[in-house]
Design a protein around this ligand. Structure first.
Ligand SMILES: [Cu+2]
Length: 166
């Protein structure tokens, strides 16, 4: 992309989308592609050992843009929009690879969310508690128009559990 084209697109992204109504979290059909037995998997996890990680959203990046989790382990992922624009955290593959315990938002918690898209107003933070279930590498992106084009993408990896050594 030429510099000038890019500058125009950045301007469009900054101006064009800002006036829209606040984006909302989107949830999917539990029967479509998601991990099964969510309640049982969540109940079986040792939440006292859950690791907490933070990912920040900004214009136009995820920081860090690589997240790695271990199959079978529980996590608290804090997702924070430190930018001045609305952003989203969308990874269909990842959402279908976890057993989500809850999504905490400023307006309350959603238990066992079947996620499609997590939306963030400027300055907003949400926390996703989940068990990593399906090993794989999943694409992460912000779906606000043009943001992914400007580099607001990342990768989420769930590593296969290492065989127990003794
Ligand atoms: Cu964005």
């Amino acid at each position: 992309m030429k510099k000038r084209q890019r500058a125009v697109l950045v301007a469009l992204a900054l101006v064009g989308v800002a006036g829209c109504a606040p984006a909302r979290d989107v949830f999917g059909d539990p029967k479509a592609g998601y991990v099964g037995d969510v309640a049982a998997r969540v109940a079986a996890a040792d939440w006292s050992s859950a690791e907490t990680l933070t990912i920040a959203l900004s214009e136009f990046a995820f920081s860090p843009d690589r997240l790695t989790f271990q199959e079978g382990a529980p996590y608290r992922l804090s997702i924070e929009n430190g930018g001045e624009r609305a952003h989203s955290f969308v990874s269909e593959g990842f959402f279908e690879a976890i057993a989500a315990r809850k999504l905490t938002t400023p307006s309350g918690a959603v238990e066992h969310p079947y996620l499609k898209s997590i939306a963030f107003s400027p300055g907003e933070a949400k926390e996703l508690h989940f068990v990593a279930v399906k090993p794989g590498t999943y694409e992460l992106e912000c779906t606000v128009p043009l943001h992914a084009t400007f580099g607001m993408t990342g990768k989420i990896r769930i590593e296969r559990e290492a065989p127990a050594t003794r």
